[in-house]
Write a protein that binds this ligand. Structure first.
Ligand SMILES: *Cc1c(COP(=O)(O)O)cnc(C)c1O
Length: 329
């Protein structure tokens, strides 16, 4: 059954988020990719969301959500479950505000991410096989210790925070025709889609996920949130369910994302290699899915249009990066 929104997220919320986070989050550059534009026959720009302090755009939503807490809530601290980047963002945002953070993660999250979270002074709670187990642990901590849960995607402040990316894109490229981003829980594309569709409904929004374990893709197909099993993937930041009581992102993605596509591991590798070769940047698999989809013609862009690909994160260890790209450089 379709959940009814108990709160509608508006364009005004995204503008408020932009103002709220501006003390901590700097605007990221929009880079024209000459090489990719020539290859695709359309203008392609890269939104550099991998250069945030935490290594991913998730800082935007986390900072916005933590700023909204009451003094009482801040005193008890925050918790979250995450495949890594959201946990890292919450840890860093909490640190900047001087509050306690406990991050619950499943045991499949890479070691490098554990260390990064600990390095920020957050407490780490390693629990279970998947994001759903880690999520359960968060609910327990909420009850036991009065921590406030900062969810990774299905929350108005998080969605509004991620939407600020779209405001920046419109500022730099007001005649944008399409935006392409990684799709997991859908916080990113709910926020970006909300802004783009309320600006001009003909701006296209594309979501890209990995072939195996694409929870949102399968849920959209089924018409309701479904559970999928998790598999090893280079796009590990796109793993995780969307929650069977999803309140916002399922219906927002359904409404705002024009097309949702899947890419395989080789396509992700090509995307990572391309960004390394042509732009000299190291990005994680989840951040390269859109580039891979363009290179392999999984997304076809109309001639002479202006298109933005969100380069969402850089949390990958260098050995995995090297192994991923070596066949394609
Ligand atoms: C979280 C994440 C995504 C997907 O964002 P959702 O809001 O979960 O859809 C994409 N790329 C990276 C690097 C991420 O960390």
């Amino acid at each position: 059954m379709q959940q009814v929104h108990n709160q509608t997220i508006t364009l005004q919320d995204v503008w408020k988020a932009k103002s709220t986070i501006s003390a901590i989050i700097h605007k990221t550059p929009l880079i024209y990719s000459k090489a990719l534009s020539e290859k695709a026959g359309a203008e392609i720009y890269l939104k550099y969301e991998h250069i945030h302090d935490s290594g991913a755009f998730k800082m935007r939503g986390a900072v916005n959500a933590i700023y909204q807490l009451t003094e009482e809530q801040k005193k008890h601290g925050v918790t979250t479950f995450s495949t890594g980047n959201h946990g890292f963002a919450v840890a860093l945002a909490a640190k900047k505000l001087g509050i306690r953070a406990v991050i619950c993660v499943s045991k499949h999250v890479p070691q490098a991410k554990f260390e990064k979270i600990k390095g920020l002074g957050a407490e780490l709670e390693i629990y279970g096989d998947g994001q759903d187990d880690a999520e359960q642990r968060c609910y327990e901590l909420q009850k036991e210790q009065g921590l406030t849960l900062i969810p990774p995607f299905d929350h108005p402040s998080v969605i509004s925070g991620q939407g600020t990316i779209a405001l920046e894109i419109l500022e730099d490229l007001p005649s944008v025709h399409s935006v392409i981003g990684g799709l997991s829980g859908g916080g990113l594309l709910s926020g970006v889609g909300l802004v783009m569709k309320n600006t001009n409904p003909s701006i296209q929004v594309f979501g890209v996920s990995m072939e195996k374990g694409a929870a949102m893709y399968e849920s959209l197909k089924a018409g309701k949130p479904v559970v999928v099993s998790e598999h090893e993937t280079l796009a590990d930041s796109l793993l995780g369910g969307i929650g069977d009581e999803n309140k916002y992102t399922f219906s927002m993605v359904n409404q705002y994302v024009d097309q949702s596509v899947l890419v395989n591991e080789e396509t992700i590798k090509k995307g990572m290699a391309y960004l390394y070769k042509e732009h000299k940047i190291v990005v994680e698999g989840a951040a390269a899915v859109g580039i891979g989809a363009i290179i392999d013609n999984i997304i076809s862009l109309k001639e002479n249009t202006k298109n933005v690909v969100i380069i969402s994160g850089n949390n990958v260890d260098l050995t995995s990066h090297l192994n991923a790209i070596k066949a394609y450089i």
